[in-house]
Ligand binder design. Structure first.
Ligand SMILES: *Cc1c(COP(=O)(O)O)cnc(C)c1O
Length: 373
């Protein structure tokens, strides 16, 4: 097996045609409007709302501030039950809201919050459950809803990986009180940097939109302790150019997924992570699990060896959030309580996955991996 000439990274953002973006810029120069709910912002909000069939949608300057604002808008406090198997932002936003994260173990197949393990973590201080649709694999939304309604808890989803995912024919954001999407360049749909909240309760719209603009109601009234979460016209313009390319990108990624799956799914020691039958793919990541005993090499071995072939995979999500020094002292962060997550963090590997990756390259990456055995 020979190495690639140029580095193959885990993802590559959609870059729309520069002339289209230049036209958007011309219009911005014409309007002399750069931020604060301008024409591009309004257009993107409306287009996205249609695209993912969102009852209510608010754009943000990034997904993290969006999630932080979601928690503020629901007035959550005390403790929130969440997953340690995610990107740092998921837990950090709780801490920034003065909330104690309580880590709950994950389900062995979906690697999302294990609904069977939530109930024993609920205390008088618990105000919500914060789940993550990891790699676009939906949480067990029905079961989580049941637990939440039994205990009067709110449900918030970090849907950063789940743009366009459907569960039981419904858009993913129809589940739970609020869902956050990230439009960072590493995400399928992006606005350079950006994010959104989607929610069913239209009463939240006003509060969320005030919160993302410092709580300013009008020139004379500031009614909430808000933050600056506003998406600029430059970001919105990027989104308007990227959105029409999303379906084609998803199609190309689905073909890449097919090749990876064909080569890797039957290999002893490798498990291809997949959505359950009731859900659709967001095509955000292609992720495998490597059982070191059965495969003969550990995840870390494969990760390191791939680098020597100029292939840069990513160990999402290692280390577990519960193992960061800022959280490891929390009682629920004890790995003994998180056996499934503590095993998964050493086995998962995300492979290069973006529409511009030629299928021959995908085949070659598979053959390189298989040559390690
Ligand atoms: C990307 C990501 C975020 C953060 O979103 P930003 O838009 O980068 O702030 C949060 N959670 C998860 C799971 C993510 O992948």
């Amino acid at each position: 097996m020979i190495a690639f000439d140029t580095p193959i990274l885990v993802t590559r953002p959609i870059f729309p045609d520069i002339n289209g973006y230049k036209k958007q810029l011309d219009a911005i120069w014409e309007s002399q409007w750069l931020s604060n709910n301008g024409p591009k912002h309004k257009a993107l909000e409306a287009q996205l709302q249609r695209f993912i069939n969102a009852p209510n949608l608010s754009l943000f300057n990034n997904g993290t501030v969006a999630l932080q604002t979601a928690i503020q808008s629901l007035r959550l406090q005390g403790e929130v039950i969440t997953t340690p198997f995610s990107f740092p932002a998921t837990t950090h936003v709780l801490t920034w809201n003065g909330i104690q994260p309580v880590f709950c173990d994950i389900h062995p197949q979906t690697l999302t919050l294990d609904p069977a393990k939530i109930e024993s973590l609920i205390t008088a201080k618990t105000s919500a459950i914060l789940g993550v649709h990891v790699y676009g694999i939906p949480c067990h939304v029905q079961e989580i809803e049941e637990v939440a309604s039994r205990h009067g808890l709110r449900v918030v989803y970090d849907a950063a990986h789940a743009f366009t995912t459907k569960v039981n024919g419904l858009e993913i954001a129809q589940y739970g009180d609020i869902s956050m999407f990230s439009f960072h360049p590493t995400k399928l749909f992006h606005t350079g940097e950006g994010g959104a909240l989607v929610y069913n309760d239209s009463n939240l719209k006003e509060r969320i939109d005030y919160l993302k603009n410092f709580g300013i109601k009008n020139e004379n009234e500031v009614i909430l302790p808000g933050i600056n979460g506003k998406m600029s016209e430059l970001q919105a313009a990027m989104g308007l150019e990227v959105l029409p390319l999303v379906e084609q990108e998803k199609y190309k990624r689905s073909k890449i997924r097919e090749v990876y799956t064909r080569f890797l799914s039957q290999v002893p020691g490798i498990t291809v992570l997949a959505v359950e039958d009731n859900a659709s793919q967001s095509e955000q990541y292609f992720c495998i699990r490597i059982d070191a005993k059965a495969f003969g090499l550990s995840r870390n071995d494969v990760y390191e060896k791939l680098k020597t072939f100029n292939v840069f995979s990513r160990k999402y999500f290692y280390p577990l959030i519960s193992n960061y020094p800022c959280y490891s002292n929390i009682a629920s962060a004890n790995p003994a309580y998180l056996p499934v997550a503590s095993q998964a963090e050493h086995e998962v590997l995300c492979l290069p996955f973006y529409g511009a990756l030629p299928l021959e390259y995908v085949e070659r990456i598979c053959k390189i991996i298989l040559s390690f055995r």
